[in-house]
Design a protein around this ligand. Structure first.
Ligand code: NAI
Ligand code: MG
Length: 327
């Protein structure tokens, strides 16, 4: 039947890049029903809540969520973190790929970072002590198993576990142990492990050597921002948050108040996030079509100011639509 996609535009350029992405999707013949829901700062001003129950309910009942970006409201719950938690979106997936026409440190980068999204140092267990403060790092066997399974399922050649088990013998030790247990179920995929500090270096010195990286929450957070920097930065970085039932697709960037309202935000990250959603929902052909059209537009330099072009957000979307018609 028809797939239900909940659209949360959010604030600032979140709305602008979402309109661009929806405009591109609108010319495909998709069996999708789009349902709008509200979250973020403007939503808070209007409804007194950064993520109203109604939005959460819609999200829970959806096949996928497309999320733009929200402005953080101090002292209020974060819409995106609440969604990740409530929907148990345990895998944060960030493809890192060099597109034509984009300045990258190497042309042949094509890797994916799979970050565990629910525990580690982000469990929120922190306290003050007499001497200062401390945080608890929670690593469970179950979370390690499902994130490693996920990584092997999407890998083509190799999965690299990133950890620091030489120092964190119990927590990262468990992660590495479970990683190799899971690897036994995938004999056709190479399995290796690398220390996180070395990985920070290898991302710069030999990023072409990697296929899928799998890691715990904090390391994944840091490495994925580093990796985005290797292939053109925030305007180009898409992501997916995948759970057993729900999934959410969003650009890595935020609401960018410094350029919001000018219509010049780069829609690429949002459009690539939509491509990930299309593939996740089984619209493989349509996903390829949009990505290939985008590649042509990038190659021709028909891009927004952050990439050195002079197109507006919607003009870039129009160029992509023209290419889709030609392909
Ligand atoms: P940001 O990602 O919004 O912007 C950082 C810099 O990158 C800015 O100079 C911005 O103009 C530029 N930039 C970002 N996306 C761009 C695009 N598509 N095209 C062209 N330039 C782009 O991060 P910042 O400024 O730290 O945060 C702004 C707000 O967004 C804050 O309230 C923050 O909490 C929130 N935020 C929300 C996220 C989300 O909704 N998932 C993620 C990150 C930040
Ligand atoms: Mg981050």
């Amino acid at each position: 039947g028809k797939k239900k996609v909940v659209v949360i535009k959010g604030d600032g350029i979140g709305k602008e890049v979402m309109d661009a992405a929806l405009s591109v999707l609108s010319i495909l013949d998709l069996n999708i029903k789009f349902i709008e829901a509200y979250a973020g700062y403007e939503c808070f001003k209007k409804y007194g809540d950064t993520l109203p129950d109604e939005s959460l309910k819609k999200a829970k009942k959806s096949d996928a969520i497309l999320f733009g970006a929200v402005t953080t409201v101090p002292g209020q719950k974060s819409a995106i973190i609440t969604l990740r938690k409530e929907l148990d979106l345990f895998a944060n997936v960030r493809p890192v790929k060099c597109y034509p026409g984009i300045e990258c440190i190497r042309k042949d980068i094509d890797l994916t970072i799979v970050r565990e999204n629910t525990e580690c140092l982000y469990s929120g267990i922190e306290r003050y002590t007499d001497e200062g403060a401390e945080a608890v790092r929670v690593i469970t066997r179950k979370a390690c198993e499902r994130i490693c399974e996920f990584a092997f399922k999407i890998a083509n050649e190799k999965v690299t576990a990133v950890h620091k088990a030489n120092v964190l013998k119990k927590t990262d030790g468990l992660f590495r142990e479970v990683f190799y247990e899971v690897a036994e179920g995938y004999p056709e995929i190479e399995a290796e492990d690398v220390y996180v500090d070395a990985m920070a270096l290898y991302l710069i010195t030999k990023p072409q050597d990697f296929d899928v990286l799998v890691t715990t929450n904090l390391y994944g957070d840091i490495l994925s921002d580093e990796a985005a920097g290797l292939v053109g930065g925030l305007g180009l970085a898409p992501s997916a948050n995948i759970g057993e039932k729900n999934s959410l697709f969003e650009p890595v960037h935020g609401s960018a108040p410094d350029i919001a309202g000018k219509g010049i935000a780069n829609p690429t990250a949002m459009i690539l996030s939509s491509v990930m959603m299309l593939r996740h929902l089984g619209f493989e052909r349509e996903g390829d079509l949009v990505e290939n059209a985008l590649i042509e537009v990038l190659r021709e330099g028909k891009v927004t100011p952050d990439l050195g072009g002079n197109l507006k957000t919607m003009e870039m979307a129009e160029e992509i639509k023209k290419k889709i018609m030609e392909l």
